[in-house]
Design a protein around this ligand. Structure first.
Ligand code: HEC
Length: 132
């Protein structure tokens, strides 16, 4: 194979792997990295915050460091002075302070978070506040 053909081939493989990175490879990674995750889970309380934030559907609108549909996790953590105030919002006991104009988009989610157990809510609040 000529160098030219080889670079085309490698370039193609790179593009393909990039495009499909969302689905299957993520699962493979999770499987192979399981021991490392266990080590983290030992130090953490009940659930893994990042994972629970994801399985609760929050990542659909909240990324760690970039505004998407909703503000980034870092922006939320910075806006809230303490965990108690953030917990109050997620229990539907206080008004939005990060982006009040968009509060209606978040409102259905608060209906979900306010029905969560205190432990689960704590996992989410700890996860957000850990990203100040
Ligand atoms: C459909 C998109 C969507 C989903 C899903 C979503 N959010 Fe939001 N969220 C928003 C938007 C938009 C805002 C900005 C409005 C606001 O500040 O209330 C927001 C704001 C927030 C805020 C800041 C509230 C404030 O004081 O302004 C928190 C905390 C939050 N979301 C947590 C969560 C959690 C936890 C979940 C998962 C259970 C979640 N969100 C799921 C769209 C979403």
């Amino acid at each position: 194979m000529s160098v030219w053909a080889l670079s085309l081939f490698l370039g193609g493989a790179f593009l393909t792997s990039c495009g499909g990175a969302e689905q299957a490879p993520a699962e493979e990674t999770a499987a192979t990295e399981a021991p490392a995750e266990e080590a983290v889970a030992e130090a953490a309380p009940a659930k893994d915050g990042a994972e629970f934030f994801q399985t609760s559907g929050c990542v659909a609108c909240h990324q760690l460091d970039a505004k998407t549909v909703g503000p980034s996790i870092k922006e939320i953590a910075t806006a809230y002075a303490d965990a108690a105030a953030l917990t109050a919002f997620l229990k539907g006991e206080s008004k939005a302070i990060v982006d009040p104009a968009q509060e209606a988009v978040m409102a259905p989610q608060v209906e979900i978070t306010k029905k969560m157990s205190a432990e689960d809510l704590q996992v989410i609040v700890d996860y957000i506040m850990a990203n100040k």
